[in-house]
Design a protein around this ligand. Structure first.
Ligand code: ACO
Length: 329
């Protein structure tokens, strides 16, 4: 196992939607949303396609790494809300960057970025790639029920990318998992018109002419909250044990930005001051798979992460999938 991250970048839609704006058409308030989640505003696509955001994030990551798209020999994108089910989002990125290399998507919900990193690591180990673009891009606004205050206030759109190169000492430890749960967080498949399909039932997403609500994301919030906190803490302790270091040796904790309360709760359980934790959710909302690389890009852009620092990324999401990695910057 050997890779290092040499450049990061992110891209957000122009349009910011505040909690107050949501309150104008939902029975909610800035007070409720901010207190329960830490979110004050989120970015939502209006004219931007997800392809455009993903490509913009990749260009920024390439610039930060000081290389061009011609140097890239692998593109792995994680998304659950791509502009097209087929071709893969990664193919649109390859086309936008003018790159001719293996390009494909992975689907592991919010944990997708860490899964994609591990896949790239496998390519490096087998000598199949030297320099990869690992991208996460989400247009969550597309898959939300905008009349459901319990879910639509939580999410935002965005994309982020990393240039990852073979070589170096990282990752010091990595862990991927799935504790199968198909109902706590779910988005149904596309509607079909097969005359042979006998499983369709009334207004569900599999019926032709299903309502937008029937096709949208559903979530059991408290179940996800508990899974998130437990998973984060177990992941951090497990990675440190694998690497043979103390949790107190970690310089930066960059967790899935699902809810500020989850991050604060985990910080308390891990007995580390909040200063060590990246909190970016306030003005972006939860951008699913893109949230960890967006927070990582923010941490690099602000100069917080220095060479040699030990960083832990953890993410959890629908499935219930989870992924965590400990690396040296
Ligand atoms: N505004 C006002 N009231 C609301 C809102 C809202 N936006 N949403 C729900 N409520 C109400 C509910 O209807 C309920 O009312 P009731 O008591 O009259 O029935 C009340 O608030 C309490 O609802 P709960 O669901 O119990 O609220 P909770 O304290 O659990 O907070 C939250 C909800 C913020 C969703 C929390 O459970 C959470 O953060 N869970 C984790 C979510 C998460 O991480 N999701 C994504 C992870 S994976 C991925 O990214 C795809």
């Amino acid at each position: 196992m050997a890779f290092h991250i040499t450049g990061t970048g992110s891209a957000l839609p122009q349009r910011s939607v505040t909690n107050d704006e949501l309150s104008s058409f939902l029975d909610t308030s800035d007070e409720w949303i901010a207190a329960r989640t830490g979110i004050r505003e989120r970015r939502i696509c209006t004219t931007e396609t997800l392809d455009e955001l993903a490509i913009a994030a990749c260009r920024r990551a390439l610039d930060a790494a000081g290389i061009t798209s011609a140097d890239i020999d692998l593109i792995v994108c994680s998304t659950t809300s791509g502009d097209h089910l087929m071709p893969a989002e990664a193919c649109a990125i390859a086309e936008g960057l003018g790159v001719d290399c293996p390009a494909f998507d992975v689907s592991a919900a919010c944990a997708g970025f860490v899964f994609a990193l591990d896949i790239a690591d496998g390519f490096f180990v087998r000598g199949r790639s030297q320099r990869a673009l690992i991208v996460s891009a989400e247009k969550m606004s597309r898959i939300l029920d905008w009349s459901d205050r319990a879910t639509c206030v939580l999410f935002g759109d965005g994309a982020a990318a990393c240039v990852v190169e073979a070589g170096g000492e990282s990752p010091l430890a990595i862990n991927l998992a799935c504790k199968p749960n198909l109902t706590a967080l779910a988005v149904p498949g596309i509607a079909g018109t097969s005359p042979f399909d006998e499983t369709r039932d009334g207004d569900d997403a599999r019926s032709a002419g299903a309502t937008a609500q029937a096709c949208a994301l559903t979530m059991k919030g408290q179940q996800v909250f508990k899974f998130g906190v437990t998973t984060i803490c177990d992941a951090v302790n497990g990675l440190c044990e694998q690497a043979g270091i103390e949790v107190s040796a970690i310089d930066h904790f960059i967790f899935h930005q699902a809810n500020e309360r989850i991050i604060k709760y985990a910080a308390k359980k891990l007995n580390r001051p909040l200063d060590f934790f990246q909190v970016s959710i306030g003005d972006t909302g939860n951008s699913s798979a893109a949230s960890v690389p967006m927070a990582l890009a923010d941490a690099y852009a602000s100069g917080r992460i220095k060479q040699g620092d030990k960083v832990i990324l953890t993410a959890f999401g629908g499935g219930f999938t989870s992924g965590a990695v400990l690396f040296e910057a």
